[in-house]
Design a protein around this ligand. Structure first.
Ligand code: ADP
Ligand code: MG
Length: 453
């Protein structure tokens, strides 16, 4: 591409975030630390990807750069000017499109210009240009509900591009679209960016998709979780157009994969002396999904390259991440770089008969899944081995948002039920200890629940 490269001298800084932290107070008091001391500079001429697992604070960081959220600490500047409200040099594209359903395509695209007080004639012309540029001509008078997901996101793009922003900020803009549509739209974005007269000078895209980051970015900032922080910065020096099938592309994916899943000194999980439900959340994995992953690694002779595995399954590598994290937490797999190895206990779990399988899983969950252990212990110490789910909800609220609290409970209940550790009555909201669990509790009694640690 004809633009200055990331390493060109005297790169102009467009947006700078300096030592940005962000906390959200929750309704019942405790504070959620979402970003911790994040510094990011977006320069003229570059495409930057913010890559991180779900919940690592990517959207929060992007909204902070857009001036839609004020940092709790630190500063965000646009061309050297501290932000006080929406960033005048940026436009956003959202994952959910966020279109006004009662407005036509044309009116949706004109919305930002109207807000900026651009006169009607000029507004019309600029909107028509943007609509044309992004392949929406003929749909000017259509309403969002009449459009496919791909076409709606084109409106989302047109609405941002019509503002001719210095910086285009995009929050997982392709992740709600099917594979073919998203690949098309990605290609068109790359072509637009390569045009010498494209007015936007920098693109910053949030993604949890490693391949998307390697495909699009000149530089990838990897976010670590708990609380969100910059874990690594990786320049992607591959020539364009980029080929997903080239060995150098694979190498970059493997490298990012290893960073994303590797040790992280700054995360609470790695710092905590005792793993607890708040510091070591359960990865979002079903038992069926786990069994599938283990089966595949087993059928590869007990060792597999994770990005290759994902390819074979027509998954994105990152779709595997929660499964791999769960398998590691339960010691079913070990991971080095991008290689996964089946452990002895993983093999045992996979090859045993169903009863033995459940037993193995129950033991692993009680030993290594902090929230499951906490539930078992609390039930053990309660009258009659039963407690309302609200009890655990209250504990979890001290470290998670309402949504994540429900997610954590759901996962723990699914794992616990499969291992026949406890049962859950969704009508009464009651968790009841099983006999298996009562026997297993001896394993735990010397440990701490970790809640509140
Ligand atoms: P990502 O985009 O990487 O998935 P987010 O930035 O959306 O991460 O969220 C990071 C964490 O912050 C999550 O635990 C989320 O629940 C929490 N969070 C995000 N926005 C808010 C908010 N407005 N209030 C409370 N918690 C929030
Ligand atoms: Mg997000």
């Amino acid at each position: 591409m004809a633009r200055p490269t990331a390493s060109a001298p005297a790169r102009t800084a467009l947006i700078e975030a300096e030592h940005v932290s962000k906390s959200f107070p929750s309704a019942d008091g405790p504070v959620l630390h979402v970003l911790d001391d994040v510094s990011v500079t977006l320069h003229e001429g570059e495409v930057v990807a913010l890559l991180g697992k779900s919940g690592s604070g990517k959207s929060t960081l992007l909204r902070t750069l857009a001036g839609l959220i004020a940092p709790s600490d630190g500063e965000v500047r646009y061309r050297g000017m501290p932000l006080d409200g929406a960033n005048p040099g940026a436009a956003m594209v959202f994952q959910s499109f966020a279109l006004m359903p009662w407005l036509t395509v044309q009116d949706n695209v004109e919305l930002g210009l109207r807000a900026a007080g651009v006169p009607e004639k000029q507004r019309r012309e600029r909107a028509l240009d943007a609509i044309d540029q992004i392949g929406l001509d003929g749909f000017e008078t259509a309403y969002p509900r009449e459009l496919s997901g791909g076409m709606r996101q084109r409106v989302g793009f047109a609405r941002a591009l019509v503002l001719q922003p210095d910086v285009l900020l995009m929050d997982e803009p392709f992740s709600a679209l099917d594979v073919l549509t998203s690949e098309n739209l990605r290609g068109e974005l790359i072509s637009l960016w390569a045009q010498p007269d494209f007015p936007t000078k920098c693109i910053c895209i949030v993604t949890h998709d490693i391949e998307e980051a390697v495909l699009l970015a000149d530089r990838v900032l990897v976010l670590g979780s708990g609380p969100g922080h910059i874990k690594a910065e990786v320049p992607i020096l591959l020539p364009r157009p980029r080929d997903r099938r080239s060995p150098t592309f694979d190498q970059a994916v493997d490298r990012l994969y290893a960073i994303l899943t590797g040790r992280d000194e700054r995360s609470d999980a790695e710092r905590a002396a005792t793993p607890g439900p708040l510091t070591h959340p359960l990865p979002d994995a079903s038992v069926g999904g786990l069994a599938g992953l283990i089966e595949i690694v087993y059928s590869h002779g007990g060792q597999a390259d994770l990005p290759d595995l994902a390819d074979e399954l027509s998954f994105h590598v990152d779709d595997l991440l929660p499964l791999v994290d769960a398998a590691r937490m339960l010691r079913l797999l070990e991971v080095e770089g991008a290689q996964a190895f089946l452990t002895d206990v993983g093999r045992d779990w996979y090859t045993a008969d169903i009863l033995r399988s459940k037993e193995v899983f129950a033991t692993l969950a009680v030993e290594h899944a902090p929230l499951v252990a906490t539930i078992i212990k609390a039930l053990h110490n309660s009258d009659g081995g039963a407690l309302r789910d609200d009890f655990f909800r209250d504990l979890l609220h001290r470290g998670f948002s309402a949504e994540d609290t429900e997610k954590q409970l759901d996962i723990a209940i699914a794992w616990g039920r499969y291992g026949e550790l406890f049962d859950y009555d969704a009508n009464t909201g009651e968790l009841v200890l099983s006999e298996v669990a009562a026997a297993l509790t001896a394993l735990l009694m010397d440990g701490d629940t970790g809640v509140g640690s």
